[in-house]
Design a protein around this ligand. Sequence first.
Ligand code: XIL
Length: 377
Amino acid sequence: MKKILLSISSAVVILIIQTLYSGCNPSKNISSNSTSLKEGFKNEFLIGTALNATQIEEKEPNAAALVPQQFNAITPENIMKCEIIHPDWDRYDFDLSDKYVEYGKKHKMFIVGHTLIWHSQLAPFVSKIKSSDSLLMFMTNHINTVAGRYAGKVDSWDVVNEALNEDGTLRNSVFLQKLGDDYIRKAFELAAKAAPNTELYYNDYNIEQPKKRAGAIAMIKKLQTSGTRIDGVGIQGHWRINGLPLEDIENSIIEFSALGLKVSFTELDITVLPNPWDLKGADVNQNFEGSPYMNPYPQGLPDSMQIKLAKCYEDLFKIFIKHQDKIERITFWGVNDGQSWLNGWPIKNRTNYPLLFDRNFKPKLAFEKVMALTQKK
Ligand code: XIL
């Protein structure tokens, strides 16, 4: 009986929410008179997306049409990372990165370089480097060659990515181990020389969280005191539908901006799936693969979740709009749900729904809710 009452009451709640949101089809075509994200927010901030190799090469007609229609900034999802662009000590592969930059130029977009110094997706040779001198030489060659090649073309570089631990201390990466904490200053100085007119960003996830944020602020202040140029901070924005940290996000915008920096949200997506780290004692590994509990929506996102996701995006964009004077760019990490990395991370082969466009490139309710805010401004 209790169970029946419970499900009736939850059905009623969902019905009320749906009624409140009525008129919003969870997934419908953009009508010719509704404007795009980039138009809607043209006076506030840039709206970006991350592109994979297929999209850069315009091999996918739907993405080729949607990206220039909706976005005015781009980030390469993978192809400028060390393992691809600099696979061996003396070998660089600029094939896709040149195409990426051409794509951005062709569509008159703001072009982001991602990323110069990061402990992940390094070419295998880097971890085999023995001496500090050689690692410094790698860093110097890498930044000079990659940032130098695109000087005047790439508008903003993520110079250093994810250098911090959750407690705000510096991550024990190969760079910290061999070069000490000064490697961050060196990276920014090299980038400033190689690409003098490019914005230089520090980029990380969870830096809206108080401890990590304090660590980021201390690191940035140290750079600034030493006279090193840093122009912006990128809050990645890989968040969850349960527990979006709105207050921390707002405080972060205010605090980072108070350092005289531009603030951008550089990798925005909101996972709707259960997270293995929420389960006490859970091992993050293949054990969860194929488990219906961890992959609850293989056939489609229920309306109740669609509505919840839309509310998250609406709440977020309200904060972004409120602090538009401090924000340079909002970039989504992917074009549509089907292409999001969150279908494969942290558990492989799941069906996630973290973005504004669905698997058929159709705008979701979240898109409508975000666009509706542009009418109210
Ligand atoms: C991710 C890509 O989306 C995946 O395709 C790749 O397999 C792993 O990296 N933080 C970052 C991004 O700075 O570069 C990461 O991108 C996501 C987390």
